[in-house]
Design a protein around this ligand. Structure first.
Ligand code: SAM
Ligand code: DTB
Ligand code: SF4
Length: 336
């Protein structure tokens, strides 16, 4: 055996495992190069950074509730809640505060640390925002972290949510700036960035990510991650959704994405935003136990638990409990 060879220090162009190296100046080529790394090298880099910032055996658990379902005026091609698609989700009214808090208690009992409420709005009306603020106060009084996703927000609306005690606001960029107009025509990428700025300015933690599998190419995936990683402050939470191809939406026949490509996106998000929680969000029903394990190894450290996302199915509590036990992973207790 050539021992001299074994004694050689390994130099890695991607070895960015020191805490001081949080960057906000990624080029698209750099991100594309990470996405295309040999898989073992990509996993090694992602895992090294993951354990520099987090306990790799912990997973943050959120539960989702749709507090206002369907009838949305926006035309997001992936979304079953748009009123513009042929087969659409039945439009419902804003849920009562009491019902929301019952669901929050149930989520807490099932082990969730954060309760996320979603509304199918382009942006909230001020009188609805007051009701949502009451919901946030109620969720906080149960000892849960709170998160809402309500569409576009003004600075004043963001301040009102902060005042109510909101911890996180979810607002996704969804894809690259170039591909965005093929997915949504009723608002611009800049509209999304403006809301993210309002949320950040109000002092609310940002939850912002995207969707993989909408027909985008590698360059678009690199563009999405580059934009997220070059925000003035990284989103504290980065949900990576695997498209759920819902019948009746324009993307119902989009070509499926394989779990290895998905894991590459998660690993690249982990490397470029090492201190952020990267969430394996929608689409877990499409992933085997082995694919879940791969994505956790790639650096995902957050999931949505509960039988339903907003309108579509999610793995059962039983399956998730069994899987986390099998992997020896445990719920994280605190995120900030
Ligand atoms: N109306 C608000 C908005 O658009 O910001 C909040 C709700 S919206 C449903 C939240 C996010 O869910 C979207 O930005 C998108 O990333 C994700 N999403 C919606 N439908 C999806 C699908 N079919 N598959 C994967 N992710 C989806
Ligand atoms: C996010 O990035 N994904 C969640 C949450 N944030 C709001 C929503 C997923 C929705 C999947 C489709 C549905 O259930 O309607
Ligand atoms: Fe409306 Fe949000 Fe669905 Fe777009 S993603 S149609 S804004 S609920």
């Amino acid at each position: 055996m050539n021992t001299a060879l074994h004694a050689q220090p390994v130099t890695r162009s991607t070895d960015t495992t020191r805490k001081s190296e949080i960057r906000h100046d990624w080029t698209r080529d750099e991100v594309a190069a990470l996405l295309a790394l040999p898989f073992p090298e990509l996993m090694y880099t992602a895992q090294s950074l993951h354990r520099t910032y987090f306990d790799p055996n912990e997973v943050q658990i959120s539960t989702l509730l749709s507090i206002k379902t369907g009838g949305c005026p926006e035309d997001c091609a992936y979304c079953p809640q748009s009123a513009r698609h042929a087969e659409r989700q039945q439009a419902e009214r804003l849920m009562s505060i009491e019902k929301v808090l019952d669901e929050a208690k149930r989520a807490k009992d099932a082990g969730a640390g954060r309760f996320c409420m979603g509304a199918a709005w382009r942006s909230p009306k001020d009188h609805d925002l007051e009701t949502v603020c009451e919901m946030i106060r109620g969720v906080k009084s149960l000892g849960l972290e709170s998160c809402v996703t309500l569409g576009m927000l003004t600075a004043a609306q963001s301040a009102a949510l902060k005042e109510a005690g909101l911890d996180y606001y979810n607002h996704n960029l969804d894809t690259s700036e170039e591909f965005y107009s093929q997915i949504i025509s009723t608002r611009t990428y800049q509209d999304r960035l403006d809301t993210l700025e309002n949320v950040r300015e109000a002092g609310i933690h940002v939850c912002c990510g995207g969707i993989v599998g909408m027909g985008e190419d590698e360059n678009d995936r690199a563009g999405l991650i580059m934009t997220l990683a070059n925000l003035p402050q990284h989103p504290e939470s980065v949900p990576i959704n695997l498209l759920i191809r819902v019948a009746g939406t324009p993307l119902e026949n989009a070509a499926p994405i394989d779990p290895i490509t998905f894991a590459r996106v998660v690993a690249t998000a982990r490397i470029t935003m090492p201190a952020s929680h990267v969430r394996l969000a929608a689409g877990r029903e499409l992933l085997s136990d082995e694919a879940h394990a791969l994505v956790f190894m790639a650096g995902a450290n957050s999931i949505f638990c509960g039988d339903k996302l907003l309108t579509t199915p999610n793995p059962s509590e039983h399956r998730d409990r069994r899987l986390l036990a099998q992997l020896g992973m445990r719920p994280a207790t605190k995120t900030h």
